[in-house]
Ligand binder design. Structure first.
Ligand code: HEM
Length: 416
């Protein structure tokens, strides 16, 4: 039998709010979103202070944060999905196993939670921290719009990232699918002006088995670089797999500058994907020349490209949540689905049946109060701090009603 209009409306509201999908208007990102929201604290200054202290004792964090932002934002947008611990989350996907910098994001989150609990999202922290790290490494400082919220899902199967041996065309197709132009991509790859890679990323593809041919070396790699790599850094034994190679010259490897592009002109690019930007016939070659020769200005384009990356598919307004801990979602999707069933059953919407019961029985019987909304609010508050209540209520209802067949079937269907 069709549900009454009011029941359907209540059902929809409960479903949407329980599932965290209620819209209430998607607020946009804005500069200074946190101004006045964290007591007397200035959120951006706090983030900057913590990043500065870290960079001072560990310059590698700059590269780690840049890579983290790329791997974060390219997969379902900048939603802190990469931070979540647990089986089969984004973090566990192969390309993310070598991502670092999580500890700094967690430390910043802890500090901000102390000062204003539940206010600053982990996704905003990632973006602010990267911005500060870039500026501390000689990059241009840029304004970051904030107000991102954290996604309630994170799945390893969503992780699709380009490969280190991709051609320029393959990489451009990937970046194109995210809305980036070819120039944007060449500028973003300029992030490889800092940081390191590992021998395993080039041993097979560039040093010892180029094009699948044994003993073949990539002719697009400067021969003296290849000789040094083979002899000293990445000898052809498994034990060298995790040895480190600087992506830029050692003297510039902690500086955000355009030397990466100059290196490509001299065939010193370390990863194939880097050197491929300068391959003969590649449409990206002219961009590399322009960036290397300052015809176009890397220092101003890099922030613009990072801002574009930082605003990919963000959640704002009432979408998602502000996590208490960056690495833990408040509720897994499945728990929320079970919660929905419990909420419905508590509200008496899923049972139906008995003739004397009716929808909205309490309407007008409790002064100006809406009984169902009050119940829903209390259930929601409790679940957000104690997910075990879901199971407890389910069991309670079962023991109370001596098997409510309809709800039980629904729960089993969702949980399966
Ligand atoms: C076609 C696109 C890209 C590919 C195939 C690629 C691939 C890689 C690989 C294989 C590494 C070395 C990982 C390791 O050995 O552990 C790396 C490092 C790095 N990537 Fe990319 N990357 C790409 C784009 C980007 C973008 C867009 C950014 C940032 C905006 C970025 C930032 C970095 C940084 C900073 C490092 C050094 C990390 C560190 O030192 O810890 N990459 N990348």
């Amino acid at each position: 039998m069709a549900l009454a209009a009011r029941t359907r409306a209540v059902l929809l509201v409960v479903a949407l709010s329980v599932l965290g999908l209620a819209t209430g208007g998607v607020a946009q990102l804005k500069n200074g979103f946190y101004t006045g929201k964290c007591g007397t604290n200035d959120v951006e200054t706090i983030v900057q202070g913590l990043v500065k202290a870290r960079v001072a004792r560990d310059a590698a964090i700059v590269a780690q944060l840049l890579r983290l932002q790329f791997h974060e934002c390219a997969i379902n947008g900048c939603d802190a999905g990469l931070l979540v611990d647990g089986p089969r989350t984004e973090k566990t996907a192969k390309p993310n196993l070598s991502v670092k910098g999580y500890d700094l994001i967690a430390a910043i989150k802890t500090e901000l939670e102390k000062r204003c609990p539940g206010v600053v999202s982990c996704s905003d922290i990632e973006i602010l921290a990267t911005r500060d790290a870039v500026a501390l490494a000689g990059g241009q400082r840029y304004a970051v719009r904030t107000g991102r919220r954290d996604r309630r899902q994170s799945s390893a199967t969503d992780v699709r990232l380009p490969k280190e041996e991709d051609t320029a065309a393959q990489a451009a197709s990937y970046f194109g699918s995210l809305g980036f132009t070819e120039l944007d991509m060449v500028v973003l790859l300029g992030a490889h002006t800092v940081g390191v890679t590992h021998c395993i990323k080039i041993k097979k593809t560039r040093l010892y088995s180029y094009g699948g041919k044994p003993n073949s070396t990539d002719p697009n790699l400067d021969p003296s670089d290849a000789a040094v790599y083979k002899k000293f850094v990445c000898p052809n034994t498994a034990s060298s797999d995790n040895n480190i190679l600087y992506l830029d010259t050692q003297s510039s490897v902690s500086r955000i500058d355009n030397s990466y592009y100059k290196r490509l002109q001299g065939r010193h690019g370390v990863l194939s994907v880097d050197q491929n930007l300068y391959a003969n016939g590649a449409s990206t070659k002219k961009h590399v020349d322009n960036l290397a020769n300052n015809v176009i200005d890397f220092s101003s384009l890099f922030p613009k490209a990072l801002i574009k990356l930082s605003e990919l598919k963000v959640l704002t307004g009432t979408h998602g949540e502000v996590r208490k801990l960056g690495n833990e979602m408040a509720l897994a999707a499945r728990t929320r689905a079970v919660l929905l069933v419990v909420a419905l059953s508590v509200l008496g919407l899923a049972t139906g049946g008995v003739a004397q019961l009716k929808n909205g029985f309490y309407t007008g019987k409790c002064g100006a109060n809406d009984v169902e909304t009050i119940v829903q609010g209390l259930v929601k508050a409790r679940v957000s701090r104690d997910a075990a209540i879901v199971a407890q209520l389910l069991r309670l209802q079962f023991h109370e009603c001596a098997v409510n067949v309809r709800v039980t079937i629904l729960v089993l269907a969702i949980a399966s």
